[in-house]
Design a protein around this ligand. Structure first.
Ligand SMILES: Cc1cc2nc3c(=O)[nH]c(=O)nc-3n(C[C@H](O)[C@H](O)[C@H](O)COP(=O)(O)O)c2cc1C
Length: 179
């Protein structure tokens, strides 16, 4: 079981990266990688750039990483109620890689967190509705509200009910993946 986790953020202090790293660790799977989108620099998607130079190798490389994974854990930053630009840009390039609509029919655990009480629920809803059309197989989703109140670096999620909810979703995903 190869798990690939990343946040839809390019912040060096990303709370979504903290959440996704913590969640990935709870799967207790040796073959787990947490990626940082800052390591996958891509030009801003443009039809003109694509027509001139094709799809950047970085997008092809990222797409291959997804293809070789058995589970994707993605936690999305919410910017103005939608995807952060870095994720939307990656998503657009991934959808232009030959032979895929983006997510290779991979099982996905979709997440979001934000400093506010809605926990990124707008971007989560957008992605929940969309990724299926780009061959994403969303097994479950989870939102962590009020990040700084409910999470700390030492213990992870501190709120008992929210922690239990995440544990139950991980169990649900594991049973869907039959391991
Ligand atoms: C341009 C911008 C727009 C934002 N819009 C929202 C928003 O619509 N909803 C929300 O809950 N938080 C919003 N935030 C706050 C982000 O949730 C917060 O910056 C969070 O830390 C982003 O996740 P990250 O740390 O993983 O990048 C916004 C932040 C920025 C910089």
């Amino acid at each position: 079981m190869k798990i690939t986790a990343f946040a839809g953020s390019n912040s060096s202090t990303s709370i979504n990266k903290q959440l996704v790293s913590y969640t990935a660790s709870l799967f207790n799977e040796l073959d787990t990688q947490v990626l940082d989108l800052n390591d996958f620099e891509l030009p801003l998607y443009s039809v003109d750039i694509e027509n001139k130079n094709g799809v950047p190798q970085t997008a092809v490389d990222f797409s291959n990483i997804l293809k070789e994974s058995d589970l994707l854990i993605i936690s999305l930053a919410e910017h103005n109620g939608a995807y952060a630009a870095v994720f939307k840009n990656l998503f657009d390039w991934l959808s232009r890689v030959e032979g895929t609509k983006g997510f290779h029919n991979k099982p996905i655990f979709l997440m979001a967190t934000s400093p506010g009480a809605r926990g990124g629920s707008s971007v989560l809803e957008i992605a929940n509705n969309r990724l299926q059309f780009n061959d994403g197989n969303i097994l479950d989703s989870y939102s962590l509200p009020s990040f700084s109140t409910n999470f700390n670096k030492e213990s992870g999620i501190t709120d008992v009910a929210l922690k239990a909810e995440l544990a139950s979703k991980i169990q649900n995903i594991k049973s869907q993946l039959k391991y």
